[in-house]
Design a protein around this ligand. Structure first.
Ligand code: ORX
Length: 471
């Protein structure tokens, strides 16, 4: 197994590209079980190759739109580092998010501070760091910006039409209604501020492609207002909401043609408007899977009468307690209205299925992950895997009741890694002969070591090679 050092505490294990993810999970479980103390731990496997594939897909499907990854969705440093290397921009909501992104060596002009209500401290920090592109949707925000960062390039966030299905509505909180945009732009003009364009966010987890085309149309109308007032608008920010996993109600392939058509109609290339977006879940949802351990079990046959909905066949039902829950990574059930699916990590001893509820580890009745799914009977120590757990999970989790957060292991198919970081896996050690104490290294061998790689490479043992590529 090859391991790449991707920075501080970030080791990426490389695997053959055709390896199914469940095999990776099974291998990891086997490995943990060898280390007795860790054997129950819940863990994420993050496939960085999946994030890279999403980037390719974005370029292919929305070639006119520059993605600015919504950091709030998953602030994992390896994800940020990878996206920074791939060349995306970043949508930040706070000082800390800006700091995390700048730490990756990202230029401040690749950041949009896309929170329409910012603290004064955050605005001052953005000014100091030269992060000058930021959104607003109200007059008090304009006044704060006038006082703290008058040279900022401002983007007016409008309220897009609300008639479309989304996983999380955000129109109740942010966005200037199109009836009020003209007056707000007049205020910006009076304050002498530089408004450069329009943004919208249709809502997280959109289910209808027309949500985007309708919003683009409204944005085009507000562009006209801005131009009438003498602003030189050159930026359209189409926000986030793009689906990130296969089971989503709509695919990127379905959204792209509708969105591209609307962009080409209202913002044809000859208009020279830069188009950016703020996708979060699109990049990370499917890249992370979470594996938990059954830490407790209860048979609830006695609660259900035979023939009732919960137990139609009178077989009884089971409750399982696992070591992550809604106060942890499954906070997405509450905050993101997510739906999750439990998969068996190993084949069941007996395939007969029972009505099953799955509960988190805290002493709280709310801490339920699945109410009534169907699974074969499990035992304490068995593992369950939840795919598509990369968006709005660990970033908002707590350690309520003292429950630890899951471990995190990074993976990447070797072919993808080689494409992303060509030449990074040269092994110098192969050319060095085995040496005994007192053995003199010949000049030829020394030259091989010194010339083969600018970065140190070491062998831990015969099975694991560690490649140090990045600081
Ligand atoms: O939409 C929401 O409810 C919350 N905001 C996400 C968001 C994104 C991009 N731009 C802005 C946002 O507010 C301005 C990213 O959305 P997505 O990951 O769907 O692409 C997120 C709520 C999470 N529970």
């Amino acid at each position: 197994m090859k391991t790449v050092d991707f920075g501080k505490n970030m080791k990426v294990q490389l695997h053959p590209s055709n390896k199914p993810y469940m095999e990776l999970v099974q291998e990891k479980v086997a490995q943990l079980e060898l280390q007795y103390t860790d054997q129950e731990d819940a863990f994420f496997i993050a496939d960085l190759g999946d994030v890279a594939r999403k980037y390719d897909k974005w370029r292919e499907l929305l070639p006119r739109v520059e993605p600015f990854y919504a950091v709030k969705c998953n602030t994992d440093p390896a994800v940020l580092k990878l996206l920074a290397r791939l060349g995306t921009g970043f949508d930040c909501a706070s000082q800390d998010e800006i700091h995390q992104v700048l730490k990756q060596g990202v230029n401040p002009d690749r950041i949009v501070f896309a929170n329409p209500v910012k603290t004064k401290k955050f605005i001052t920090y953005a000014a100091k760091q030269k992060v000058d592109l930021m959104t607003f949707d109200n007059v008090p925000e304009l006044i704060k910006i006038k006082n703290l960062f008058p040279a900022a390039r401002l983007v007016l966030r409008i309220l897009p039409p609300q008639d479309f299905k989304v996983q999380c509505q955000l129109g109740n909180k942010f966005g200037c209604h199109p009836d009020d945009t003209y007056d707000l732009l007049v205020e910006a003009k009076k304050l002498g501020l530089n408004v450069v364009g329009i943004s919208f966010h249709v809502g997280s987890g959109v289910a209808e492609a027309e949500a985007f085309s309708a919003a683009v149309e409204v944005a085009a109308q507000v562009f006209k207002e801005g131009e009438e007032l003498g602003f030189n608008f050159n930026l359209l920010d189409i926000g986030g909401g793009f689906p990130g996993h296969e089971a989503a109600p709509i695919t990127m392939e379905e959204i792209a043609p509708v969105l591209n058509e609307a962009l080409n109609k209202h913002f044809p290339p000859k208009r020279n408007v830069r188009i950016i977006a703020e996708p979060g879940r699109f990049f990370v949802a499917s890249a992370f899977t979470l594996t938990v351990c059954v830490i407790g079990k209860r048979s609830v046959r006695q609660y259900f009468a035979k023939g009732k909905k919960e137990d139609p066949d009178g077989k009884g039902a089971f409750m399982y307690y696992v070591n992550d829950g809604v106060y942890g990574s499954f906070n997405c059930l509450l905050y993101d209205h997510a739906e999750v699916e439990a998969k068996l990590v190993n084949a069941a001893v007996n395939p007969m299925e029972f009505v099953t509820s799955i509960w988190g580890p805290t002493c709280d009745g709310l801490d339920q992950i699945l109410k009534a799914t169907k699974l074969p009977e499990l035992e304490v120590g068995d593992r369950l895997n939840f795919p598509d757990m990369g968006a709005y999970t660990m970033c908002a989790s707590s350690t309520f009741n003292g429950m630890p957060r899951p471990k995190l292991f990074y993976h990447c198919p070797e072919t993808v890694w080689n494409r992303l970081f060509p030449g990074s896996l040269r092994v110098v050690s192969h050319s060095v002969p085995m040496m005994k104490a007192g053995h003199q290294l010949e000049k030829r061998d020394m030259d091989a070591v010194l010339s083969a790689s600018p970065t140190p490479v070491c062998f831990l043992d015969n099975e694991e090679e560690v490649f140090k590529v990045f600081n």
